[in-house]
Design a protein around this ligand. Structure first.
Ligand code: ATP
Ligand code: MG
Length: 457
């Protein structure tokens, strides 16, 4: 079993001879070493400084998990027995953050190392001061400190509860995480029902790690998911927005979406979309294609604007709210503007949509109308509009799942590639398709006439 791990990590992860006693079995005290060069210098420096001041300090959590699996950690976290205030005193360039879960951010240039104090169990005396729990079991405040062993059992999954001792060069595993790394299993520490009730976001984290690591989920960790999904309804919308971005901008959005639907979690993140999905198979086709494109872009090193993701996830809802199918009747811009604002406000109740994303979401939708207006100088003006690219990509996405746009996407593709003369011809053809309205012509005529008569200048 262990051989399998050693092979997969390819020299990055060595079992310490002392700990193993030369045996191929899992040693009772599980101690492993990591190659120091894969660890952030700033994290090592943070730990050394804490040691110098007489505190215990370890690398902890996801970074060790990722190093054990030969993945590049996203960030490096440190756990210590120093309180946040004591940590703050040691590092001039640091800030205590969080109320629910107080910790310290230590800034090293561009890199931030998160330093958390070992958490311990809550006693009655702590209630209302350092600890608080909702009647549903949700932990509202978790600032009771404890030992490293207690800290381990308060982390979410066994594979997220490793500590690395940089002096002894050993991975410490208090909750059998190495067994789960080896058998590729996501397993909550402790009683799953209680742990989800303490923090329902752990349900989303379980899905995220299953997909990110390609692990299965332990049956006892999986079993409560459907039944407890409603608990997400109590989580602040701002926190859920952050989680949605982590889930859908991971490069694995299609798989994540499938699992979120399977465990009934999606409908607590995007209730309006979930309803649209129930009603129309076309909605699912559109969203899946949007997520395939998102994954493709991210996996080929491109970026994805969260606004585009949200515009896609809510598009089927928008279509549902139009009076007539969009292929038959384009809504006017003002109506669409109002509808978009309403939808964005409604979705924000579940996952906050910051303004910097709300406006571009609306603009991407509005572009679906603006892109149909190509007469005169309008097409050229649209080409330099900051939202043109997103609007055009969105149009192609709609067409790729069979939405009828009368070949608008193809027209814009040609227009971008055309030279100036070809563009003029294309515009003339559009003008030929659609003559200016009588009212407009009359208006222009009368304006010219008025001018000739010296009534206006
Ligand atoms: P990644 O950074 O790749 O998303 P991670 O496991 O490092 O994964 P973080 O959100 O950075 O996740 O959290 C760092 C560590 O803090 C986790 O590994 C885990 O030990 C602990 N942790 C984070 N969120 C929770 C939670 N909701 N409940 C319990 N422990 C948590
Ligand atoms: Mg992390």
């Amino acid at each position: 079993m262990l051989k399998k791990i050693f092979k997969s990590v390819d020299g990055l992860f060595k079992r310490s001879d002392k700990a193993s006693g030369g045996s191929q079995q899992l040693p009772s005290k599980k101690k492993y070493t990591l190659e120091q060069e894969h660890i952030s210098k700033n994290a090592l420096e943070t730990i050394k400084k804490l040691h110098k001041e007489g505190y215990e300090a370890y690398l902890v959590g996801g970074c060790i998990r990722d190093l054990l699996l030969s993945l590049r950690p996203k960030d490096f976290d440190v756990a210590t027995n120093a309180t946040p205030e004591q940590v703050k005193k040691i590092f001039r360039n640091s800030r205590v953050i969080g109320r629910r879960f107080k910790l310290v951010h230590v800034f090293w240039g561009k890199e931030t190392i998160e330093v958390a104090t070992f958490r311990g169990p809550h006693s009655k005396d702590d209630i209302a001061t350092d600890a608080a729990q909702h009647s549903s079991g949700r932990i509202l405040r978790d600032n009771v400190y404890g030992t490293i062993e207690q800290d381990a059992t308060r982390r979410d999954f066994t594979i997220n509860a490793f500590y690395y001792d940089i002096v002894k060069k050993q991975v410490l595993d208090h909750v059998n995480g190495l067994e789960d790394i080896n058998s590729k299993v996501i397993r909550l520490i402790g009683n799953p029902q209680k742990r989800y009730q303490e923090d329902p976001v752990r349900m989303l984290r379980a899905i995220r790690f299953m997909v990110k690591l390609d692990f299965s989920i332990a049956s006892e960790t999986e079993q409560p998911l459907n039944q407890l999904s409603y608990l997400l309804g109590d989580i602040p919308a701002a926190r859920l927005f952050d989680e949605v971005l982590k889930l859908f901008l991971s490069g694995n959005a299609v798989k994540i979406f499938t699992l979120l639907c399977q465990y009934n979690l999606f409908s607590y993140l995007f209730p309006l979309t979930a309803k649209a999905l129930d009603k129309s198979p076309q909605a699912e086709k559109f969203i899946r294609q949007a997520l395939i494109n998102t994954d493709d872009r991210l996996n080929s090193g491109k970026t994805v604007n969260p606004a585009f993701l949200y515009a896609s996830l809510l598009w089927p809802v928008l279509l549902e709210h139009l009076e007539k199918p969009i292929s038959e009747n384009l809504p006017n811009l003002l109506d669409l503007h109002d509808l978009a604002n309403e939808l964005i406000a409604e979705q924000s109740k579940y996952t906050t949509i910051p303004k910097r994303f709300g406006i571009p979401i609306r603009e991407i939708w509005e572009a679906q109308i603006r892109l149909t207006r190509r007469q005169g100088k309008k097409a050229d003006a649209l080409l330099v509009h900051p939202r043109f690219r997103a609007g055009y990509d969105f149009l192609l996405l709609r067409e790729s799942v069979g939405e009828d746009t009368a070949g608008l996407g193809k027209w814009w593709t040609c227009y971008q590639q055309a030279d100036d003369q070809q563009r003029r011809t294309m515009i003339r053809q559009v003008n030929g398709d659609k003559k200016p309205s009588r009212r407009k012509r009359y208006h222009y005529k009368s304006k010219a006439k008025n001018k000739a008569e010296g009534k206006i200048d």
